[in-house]
Write a protein of this length. Structure first.
Length: 108
């Protein structure tokens, strides 16, 4: 088999093949993406229906988050990023306090 023939065979593999899934970095197919979009749409419509038909004094129902998709951060990754942002904000605040009012700066 020539290298050209091998390249042609690999390029024309179906999208469900292991090679195509490895190149994409996930195993989702077109139908999976459509189903995730449908779930998100139905959840938003249901929430809109609930909000339209709620009692006058009742608080509105918040819209749900989107369904996880490949490429989105996992909840653990989101929590880690939030902790990192919180530490950076706290450090920046402490630096400002130390410069503006050295007597109130945290020692340590």
């Amino acid at each position: 088999m020539t290298l050209r023939r091998l390249r042609v065979l690999v390029e024309h593999l179906p999208p469900t093949s292991a090679t195509a899934r490895a190149a994409a970095g996930h195993h989702w197919q077109h139908g999976d993406w459509m189903l995730a979009d449908l779930v998100d749409l139905m959840a938003r419509h249901f929430t809109a229906f609930l909000n339209a038909n709620r009692a006058e004094k009742a608080s509105p129902v918040p819209y749900p988050d989107a369904v996880w998709r490949p490429g989105d951060p996992t909840p653990e990754q989101k929590a880690k990023a939030d902790r990192k942002r919180h530490r950076a904000a706290r450090t920046a605040y402490q630096e400002i306090v130390a410069q503006a009012t050295p007597q109130y700066a945290e020692k340590g």
